[in-house]
Design a protein around this ligand. Structure first.
Ligand SMILES: *Cc1c(COP(=O)(O)O)cnc(C)c1O
Length: 370
């Protein structure tokens, strides 16, 4: 059994993928070919925002808006410690300071009440300037943007949605990557919409922001390639990856539906044995991961070993939250500083999740856990 079955997916779209790649090989515009604009238009329409700027990775999709906003040394950016390193890495990359905020114990997304406490505390201390919030749509579930955006407005902060795992999710019909001032996603192969290499995209309704991001994407270019008006990066997406994503978009909505069918079956089969994911009213997850909680670390180790014996791969997201990573040791955090996150890291593990998981596979996993 595969943790994520990209081969089964490829079987369905093989012809489209190959003709898309061949078209790029024939026209020869390997960088910034016509597929780029086509994909950007398609993704912006899908999400329901004005502009999409595709780029080299999910990390760069987070990094470029931080650069565009001019966030830097002395600035505080609030985010969760229960996420992938890239979310907080981009804060440090621009020289700002990540301020971690614990997550909600049901959704595992940033806890709005703790967020406001953290903002008030940083303001009272007066050492850092609060500038932005990076909420994460963890495991595919959109964060609580109604609360987060109200807090951001009250304290005059920017919001950057980290939708790297969230693309395809929604709340009351509004799609993920449409929240905040800017949103970012990733097309790393294992994400809900993945290409066959690295890729990412940025979404915004702000015309000025779009212009800045287009410039930053190509070394801060001005009127032409050899006119550089700001510091940027090489943040482009390859035409071949865009062609692959265009092919994958043709089955993406159906895949999101199928992921939700799989998740429902898992929840029905497992909810009396382990803690299964909570999806609040009105929300739809895109199920980037399906994570459950064992009773404790020993129980998790036992379940993972038994599943492995039956050929079922599992993974732990995240065994070491960001506040306990050596990379952030300068912040001086320790185990227990973010109690919900620390408790989750000891109990959580992920089961295989993809749209093509069969009933037999789900039944096998359920029987082992039982
Ligand atoms: C994967 C991921 C990223 C980074 O995306 P890359 O394309 O791998 O650079 C950022 N944030 C979160 C939450 C992710 O899961």
């Amino acid at each position: 059994m595969n943790f994520i079955d990209l081969k089964r997916q490829y079987g369905l779209i093989k012809d489209q993928v190959q003709s898309g790649i061949n078209a790029v090989l024939d026209h020869g515009m390997y960088i910034m070919g016509p597929e780029i604009a086509q994909l950007e238009k398609q993704l912006a329409e899908y999400v329901g925002v004005k502009h999409c700027i595709v780029c080299s990775s999910g990390t760069d999709a987070l990094f470029m808006p931080m650069m565009a906003w001019g966030i830097g040394p002395g600035d505080a950016v609030f985010t969760t410690p229960f996420t992938f390193i890239a979310t907080a890495e981009v804060i440090s990359l621009v020289g700002a300071t990540p301020v971690f905020v614990d997550v909600d114990d049901k959704t595992y997304n940033i806890d709005p009440s703790k967020l406001e406490e953290a903002i008030v505390k940083v303001k009272a201390e007066g050492k850092l300037n609060p500038k932005a919030i990076i909420p994460v749509d963890l495991f595919g579930l959109p964060a609580d943007y109604d609360s987060i955006e109200a807090i951001a407005k009250k304290h005059n902060l920017l919001v950057l949605e980290d939708g790297a795992q969230g693309f395809g999710g929604s709340k009351n019909g509004r799609k993920a990557c449409s929240w905040g001032d800017v949103a970012a996603t990733s097309f790393f192969p294992a994400k809900p919409l993945g290409c066959y290499g690295d890729g990412g995209a940025i979404f915004t309704n702000d015309d000025e922001m779009k212009k800045l991001l287009l410039s930053i994407r190509v070394h801060g270019q001005g009127d032409d390639r050899y006119d550089n008006v700001r510091i940027g990066i090489n943040g482009r997406l390859d035409s071949i990856q865009a062609a692959i994503l265009i092919a994958k978009m043709s089955i993406f909505e159906e895949e999101i539906k199928q992921r939700n069918v799989v998740a429902k079956k898992y929840i029905k089969a497992l909810s009396s044995k382990v803690v299964t994911p909570f999806v609040p009213e009105g929300y739809e997850s895109c199920w980037a991961q399906f994570c459950v909680l064992a009773k404790d670390t020993a129980h998790r180790t036992e379940l993972q070993a038994k599943l492995k014996d039956k050929g079922v791969p599992t993974a732990v997201y995240y065994p070491k939250p960001l506040h306990r990573q050596d990379a952030f040791s300068g912040l001086g955090h320790k185990f227990g500083d973010f109690p919900v996150t620390d408790a989750l890291s000891e109990r959580i593990f992920a089961l295989p999740m993809h749209p093509y998981l069969t009933d037999e596979e789900i039944e096998l996993i359920a029987s082992v856990i039982e």
